[in-house]
Design a protein around this ligand. Sequence first.
Ligand SMILES: CC(C)(COP(=O)(O)OP(=O)(O)OC[C@H]1O[C@@H](n2cnc3c(N)ncnc32)[C@H](O)[C@@H]1OP(=O)(O)O)[C@@H](O)C(=O)NCCC(=O)NCCS
Length: 99
Amino acid sequence: MRLPTSPPHTPRTIGGAPHYYLEALAVDVGRQRRGTGTALMQPILDRCDATGLPAWLETVNPQNLPLYERLGFLTVEERTLRDAGINCWLMVRQPPSRA
Ligand SMILES: CC(C)(COP(=O)(O)OP(=O)(O)OC[C@H]1O[C@@H](n2cnc3c(N)ncnc32)[C@H](O)[C@@H]1OP(=O)(O)O)[C@@H](O)C(=O)NCCC(=O)NCCS
């Protein structure tokens, strides 16, 4: 499988501010819905919290939204990808504020 090195719609609303971009996540179809996806994301979310940085992701599958929302992501924009005619949800998760 080839993955793009630079997504065509990398979030711009965050400007030049540092953040983590969660590019790819997949679990074998026969092993889904057992917590593996959550477990795979947890280390990077822990790092985001430790460094105080937001995490961004995009998904084109609305079935994934509850998973990401449970992990603290909020949809900040819903786009229709021009040529493909499919929806894309742009989501961000802010780290806990540090006192
Ligand atoms: C998204 C993905 C990585 C999640 O992996 P996972 O191991 O199933 O994740 P978890 O078990 O931690 O969480 C599962 C949750 O994801 C959501 N979900 C994902 N796919 C779903 C589906 N086909 N049907 C229903 N809920 C789904 C649900 O909220 C589900 O929670 P529930 O089982 O309590 O209802 C996996 O579904 C996958 O590989 N999908 C295909 C590739 C993909 O969409 N990658 C993400 C790109 S943004």
